[in-house]
Design a protein around this ligand. Structure first.
Ligand code: GDP
Length: 196
């Protein structure tokens, strides 16, 4: 099992500090509290892998987890920091844009969105960037257990309609870390991107 092998490798403040740009990488992004850490933990079957990324000092960094010699998962800094000043925010955006635009190993982006909330401005920015680069995106609509089955389906259909219209490079599914819902589908997407 590829993802169960994931181990923390390093944290990088910018593209220049990232590990060598080879192999296959899938990055995880989303606003703070969207459920990114929980999803990473469930996907890797590890209780606290993503806690590593949440330790003080690392939350604004690009965190690398090695799966095998040629494959890694990358935890991108969470966005939606009301209290951060504008210069920090700009630096963060520039760093993220640089990684997404220039990283050859990056084969796809997993975008975490709370299924109860509409996409945020920065979710849209991520979709626009990746569209321009033709980088595939897969949205995990997280915390699906918080809605009824019908409500969750409606939320998925609504997003899928928007993606079909404006972001054909992106796909979406429901996901619940709590119930391990959607795990097989998410694994299949990651393995496909990673040529595993
Ligand atoms: P991050 O900031 O995006 O890394 O989000 P976390 O993974 O830390 O989750 C934020 C909050 O949402 C925490 O209180 C989690 O327990 C909760 N949460 C995350 N995933 C789920 C889920 O699938 N179902 C439910 N009910 N709560 C979740």
């Amino acid at each position: 099992p590829l993802f169960q092998q994931a181990t923390y490798l390093k944290s990088a403040p910018n593209l220049g500090s990232c590990p060598e740009d080879v192999g296959y990488e899938v990055a995880f992004a989303g606003r703070s509290n969207a459920g990114k850490s929980s999803a990473l933990n469930v996907i890797t079957s590890q209780k606290s892998l993503a806690r590593t990324s949440k330790t003080p000092g690392r939350t604004q960094l690009i965190n690398f987890f090695t799966c095998d010699e040629e494959r890694s998962l990358v935890d991108l800094p969470g966005y939606g920091f009301a209290k951060v000043n504008i210069n920090v925010k700009k630096a963060w955006e520039a760093g993220l844009a640089e990684y997404i635009e220039k990283r050859t190993a990056l084969k796809g982006l997993i975008l975490l969105m709370d299924c109860r909330l509409p996409p945020t401005d920065i979710d849209i920015v991520m979709l626009d960037w990746t569209k321009a680069l033709d980088l595939p995106v897969h949205v995990l609509l997280t915390k699906a257990d918080k809605l009824s089955k019908n409500q969750a389906q409606a939320s998925l259909f609504k997003l899928q309609a928007m993606l079909k219209e404006q972001y054909p490079h992106a796909t979406a599914q429901l996901f619940s870390s709590l119930k391990r819902q959607g795990l097989d589908q998410a694994w299949a997407k990651l393995e496909g991107w990673m040529n595993y």
